[in-house]
Ligand binder design. Structure first.
Ligand code: C5P
Length: 232
């Protein structure tokens, strides 16, 4: 399975996103479109970027009743994206419905990845507000195993958790990992950061990189550096 670098297109307009991608002459990076760009521009931006030949991870983190998620996933699958995600907290029934919705008449479908506990959720808040009285890392691993049991393809997690996820859910269960920074870069608001080279050693399958590429003085050079470190 091919390791790849996914650029988080955390931008608020089509104009900015397309101008950014114009800089990559001769290369078609895998990109992540999140809520900001999708809610600003709608499915048209997904079609435009797809038409340019990029692979797309559509990061909309669905979480609703199974029937609604199934129908929404069928629409997203029709956009011909390569990877989508949802919250594992929606339960196995929701995850199974999502897979059914994503599967196209020819049997193909985008990869389906689960978010376990958001990295912004602390142990204390999880206990006090979500009433989950377990260690956070145990909760993350339990959600990952539920996602695997439901037939999903992987989880979003820290590169530091990639090894444990592979141990618990199988080597082919994908780990899609944000929180990546160059050794000489600025961590910004990410707390536990890992270099692309270290993420490779730890077994990440895909790294998701935003600001270290998008906000770099030379984004193309930064992307190539990520590829060289992570893919080799
Ligand atoms: O700019 P930066 O490299 O921090 O961007 C990381 C991307 O990954 C952002 O789009 C962020 O929303 C996403 N992400 C994350 N941590 C998670 C899940 C998603 O940073 N646990």
């Amino acid at each position: 399975m091919g390791k790849d670098v996914i650029i988080a297109l955390d931008l608020d307009s089509s104009q900015k996103a397309l101008a950014f991608l114009d800089r990559f002459t001769g290369q078609k990076p895998y990109v992540k479109i999140g809520m900001e760009l999708f809610y600003a521009e709608g499915p048209a931006i997904v079609r435009q970027i797809k038409a340019r030949g990029h692979k797309i991870f559509l990061d909309l983190k669905l979480h609703d009743i199974p029937n609604t998620v199934q129908r929404a996933m069928a629409v997203l699958s029709g956009l011909d994206v390569d990877m989508v995600n949802l919250h594992a907290a929606g339960t196995k029934a929701m995850m199974e419905a999502a897979l059914a919705g994503l599967t196209r008449p020819d049997g193909s479908r985008p990869l389906l990845i689960a978010v376990t506990q958001l990295t912004s959720t602390s142990q204390q808040r999880m206990e006090q507000e979500l009433l989950i009285q377990k260690p956070l890392d145990e909760v993350v691993m339990h959600y990952a195993r539920c996602a695997a049991a439901a037939g999903l393809d992987g989880v979003v997690c820290s590169p530091l958790e990639a090894g444990r996820v592979h141990e618990g859910c199988g080597g082919s269960f994908l780990t899609v990992t944000p929180g990546v920074r160059f050794a000489d870069g600025d961590a910004g608001d990410q707390v536990r950061v890992t270099t692309p080279a270290r993420a490779k050693e730890l077994g990440s399958d895909y790294i998701v990189v935003g600001r270290p590429i998008v906000a770099a003085p030379d984004p193309v050079a930064a992307y190539r550096r990520c590829l060289a470190e992570f893919v080799g």
